[in-house]
Design a protein around this ligand. Structure first.
Ligand code: GLA
Length: 375
């Protein structure tokens, strides 16, 4: 039997991701510290011997079909993750995809900052690659998925999410240099502490437009800096001292964005060192500082996220917390003493309900492997 005959169907598990620190740093060319998690989207792909793709989402109980000869963006957002990936595979490897059916089932909360979007993109890319023996490398799966998000979904994201979803390793964080894409595995050892995500269950609709604005504001700040320092390639690589020099030349907003970026880059490097030295207190302190920067200088937080982070400051068993991901909703990431998790969750759930009349969803995460084939 040939390789292709063996693969009439394939099953894929594609995880979400967390990011410990280094937020809004990927598109600024710096270091980030993400990991894949043990919550996943599952795909079952089958050849159907037509020229049509049929996609079914079990969670939404919704289905859509499209002709592989005519792939264009849809008005329905979730379709675009799939359509975008198919389009970019077509661009890179013309005629490599034939008709297929794909069932999707997820235990990843959607739109909550754990990158269900990258999980969807990378999962479908990996599945098609296997089903049709296309021969895409991991890096091609990563960039195709990122490009799908740019051109079909409209978010000008960086590369962190797709990289973590594809390259994640169980019990490890990835220290990723988003300029060179070199990465190093760091043991995810938090001693007596555990990572708990708290999902605000809000997702403010500013997220995409403000995300793209931040990226543009950073690019503009970098251009001004490059007039004096043409060798500076990325904003995250400019030191905070150098950024300070440009206070008179930049608008207050641009200056704040640039300052946050260069400070967050330093925090990420320092946090990685602290973690490797098992200095969890310093690590946690840097998480709080990161949140301050995201809220005040980068302005991507919101009342719900700020409330949750501030609340933890009065709980000694929590040594660090911050908003995670793009912002304007989604989750906070908390480092909580293992003996205190249950009590902490009960207290903060009640406080959140009382403040906003909203339900908080705690997510206890373990760090898992990247996207994988499950025969
Ligand atoms: C989103 C984007 C990523 C990254 C984060 C912020 O998750 O998809 O590329 O920029 O926001 O760190």
């Amino acid at each position: 039997m040939t390789d292709t005959q063996q693969k009439n169907e394939v099953r894929i598990a594609s995880p979400g991701r967390i990011n410990l620190i280094g937020e809004h740093i990927d598109y600024n060319g710096g270091f980030v510290l993400p990991a894949a998690i043990d919550k996943r989207i599952y795909f079952h792909l089958k050849k159907n011997n037509t020229h049509t793709a049929k996609i079914y989402s079990k969670n939404m109980d919704k289905e859509f079909s499209f002709s592989l000869e005519n792939v264009h963006p849809s008005k329905t957002e979730w379709h675009n993750y799939i359509l975008g990936v198919v389009h970019h595979i077509h661009q890179l490897k013309p005629n490599s995809i034939q008709g297929f059916d794909c069932d999707i089932e997820s235990n990843l909360p959607l739109g909550s900052g754990v990158s269900s979007s990258a999980a969807l993109e990378c999962g479908i890319a990996k599945g098609l690659n296997e089903l049709f023996s296309i021969g895409l490398t991991d890096l091609e799966i990563i960039t195709i998925s990122r490009d799908a998000e740019h051109s079909f979904v409209g978010t000008k994201c960086g590369i962190m999410d797709q990289f973590a979803v594809v390259k994640g390793k169980k019990d490890h964080l990835l220290l990723l240099n988003c300029d060179t894409l070199e990465h190093r595995l760091i043991k995810a050892d938090f001693g007596d502490y555990q990572i708990i995500l708290l999902n605000t269950n809000v997702s403010h609709n500013l997220a995409t437009s403000e995300y793209n604005n931040r990226r543009e504001e950073c690019e503009n700040a970098l251009k001004v800096i490059q007039e004096k320092y043409p060798n500076e390639k990325y904003l995250a690589q400019v030191s905070p001292e150098k950024v300070e020099e440009f206070k008179p030349n930049l608008s207050e907003k641009s200056f704040n964005r640039a300052l946050y970026t260069s400070q967050e880059q330093q925090r990420t490097i320092n946090a990685t060192k602290a973690l490797e030295q098992k200095d969890f207190k310093t690590f946690g302190e840097l998480l709080y500082q990161s949140h301050e920067g995201l809220a005040n200088l980068y302005e991507v937080s919101c009342t719900e996220l700020d409330f949750l982070v501030n609340y933890t400051k009065n709980i000694p068993e929590v040594i660090g917390a911050r908003m995670m991901g793009g912002g304007f909703g989604g989750c906070t990431l908390n480092l909580v003493h293992k003996d205190a998790t249950a009590g902490f969750i009960t207290k903060i759930e009640a406080a959140y309900k009382n403040e906003f009349n909203l339900t908080l969803t705690p997510i206890i995460v373990a760090i898992g492997d990247g996207v994988s084939i499950q025969y």
